[in-house]
Design a protein around this ligand. Structure first.
Ligand SMILES: *Cc1c(COP(=O)(O)O)cnc(C)c1O
Length: 432
């Protein structure tokens, strides 16, 4: 499989090159020249397959020409070694919640980060030192820090927006010896822009061997594809009478939704998808108008979705060849206010004692009242509620005991380096 840039100037790139560069030289994101298909027979008894078995088949289809089956199996088994259960919502008919937050740092980003940490040494066995740079709206920083904690030759540089992360989030990446945490006086989009500028800088790349740790890197974005086959399998397993599965995805930088649509192009027989936005509704607006109007992100309670200029929209447009009508057939976009998010968390908690995180609440709410009687809805629950205490507090009036993954983290956090949103300032920190 070969890759091209979404900006169209660069073609014929191999997978290792795409991973090593992270971002194409023309500023675009790498995309496969076409998505490979899975045979329809695969879906006949997919409900009997485990997450790891599904992951192996999907990754072999994507990467079988680059890595041995054995290497793929061990990367998948090791990266996805935590449960990803589907839970039936008791208070909403036909609605299920796929809990993607049982990994070591409690968000769906663990899968991609863990996959990347195991893929890099398989693709580049030399073990040379490299720097992974990423912008985080909260969860990527912790996921990358944890995934690379045993890779001393890899330095991880995390840029995060000032004042927007919970203590639970920053604590997860401020404690690692091979990690540099940088607090940027700006938004997530400013952080993302700085990362892209650093990746495009030939001298920085030469000095530091830079690659991206965000979903702009396919090493992190591809593994999310597995989750959609798994979501479908578990929905069929728990609800064998309906084959009309609708999946709802909370969207920020759109890496996760891009993975959903890639899965669909690979043959996943999901009926349709819903992309849920918070007040940062660049994607919903794009679906409505076809116009792309990046804007300054607003700060909301579903902070992991506070992205005004989502990078992976370029991948979605590329996947559909710019054909908005056919994209609209596959995805509906719906945006929710903080008030609606809080109300949803509260309602579900009161009805069945189940606590949704604020991001998951958008996906959940997008399915309520929008399913036909013969449809089954799966809300992608991307983050553990304990990481978002402010939203939980506003919804139910108290926080909840943190799971063991968060134990002791608050005591350990070290302060981050502070910079303004300027590349020169970032370069100084990187080279120091
Ligand atoms: C990152 C994140 C999202 C948004 O995912 P994208 O792939 O950036 O669209 C949603 N929820 C949580 C909990 C996240 O960490």
């Amino acid at each position: 499989m070969l890759f091209h840039s979404t900006n169209g100037k660069i073609r014929g790139v191999t997978f290792p090159e795409a991973i090593e560069n992270g971002l194409a030289e023309d500023g675009g994101l790498f995309m496969p020249a076409g998505m490979p298909s899975l045979p329809s027979a695969f879906f006949k008894n997919i409900q009997e397959m485990s997450l790891q078995e599904i992951g192996y088949v999907v990754c072999n289809t994507l990467l079988g020409d680059i890595l041995s089956s054995q290497a793929i199996k061990s990367i998948v088994d090791d990266a996805l070694d935590f449960p990803v259960p589907l839970r039936k919502a008791e208070s909403s008919e036909g609605l299920y919640i796929l809990e993607l937050f049982h990994g070591p740092t409690l968000s769906f980003k663990d899968a991609g980060a863990r996959f990347m940490a195991r893929l890099l040494p398989a693709l580049f066995p030399g073990g040379e030192s490299r720097t992974i740079i990423l912008a985080t709206s909260g969860d990527s920083g912790g996921a990358l820090a944890d995934s690379f904690k045993d890779s001393p030759s890899t330095r991880v540089v995390v840029l995060f927006p000032r004042g927007e992360l919970s203590r639970q989030q920053t604590a997860m990446f401020c404690n690692r010896p091979n990690l540099t945490a940088i607090e940027v006086g700006g938004t997530f989009d400013d952080c993302q822009m700085l990362v892209k500028q650093a990746l495009a800088d030939k001298e920085l790349d030469k000095a530091l061997s830079l690659t991206s740790g965000n979903s702009i890197n396919l090493a992190r974005q591809f593994p999310s594809i597995i989750y959609y086959f798994h979501a479908y399998a578990r929905a069929r397993e728990m609800s064998p009478d309906s084959d009309k599965v609708v999946i709802s995805v909370p969207c920020g930088n759109l890496g996760n939704l891009a993975a959903a649509l890639m899965a669909k192009k690979m043959g996943l027989p999901v009926k349709r998808f819903i992309g849920a936005n918070n007040a940062n509704d660049t994607f919903v607006e794009y679906l409505q108008t076809g116009g792309l109007r990046p804007r300054r992100a607003l700060m909301t309670l579903a902070r992991a979705m506070d992205v005004g200029n989502p990078s992976n929209l370029a991948r979605i447009i590329d996947l559909y060849d710019g054909d908005l009508a056919s994209l609209r057939k596959d995805v509906e976009g719906i945006a929710f206010s903080d008030r609606e998010i809080v109300q949803t968390i509260r309602d579900v908690y009161q009805a069945e004692g189940y606590l949704l995180g604020p991001q998951s609440a958008t996906a959940y709410r997008a399915l309520q009242g929008r399913l036909a009687p013969d449809e089954v809805g799966v809300a992608m629950a991307t983050g553990h509620p304990a990481k978002f205490p402010q939203a939980v507090m506003e919804a139910i009036g108290h926080t909840v005991p943190p799971p063991p993954q968060l134990d002791g983290l608050n005591l350990l956090s070290q302060p981050a380096v502070k910079i303004p949103p300027a590349k020169s300032a970032l370069a100084r920190v990187l080279l120091s």
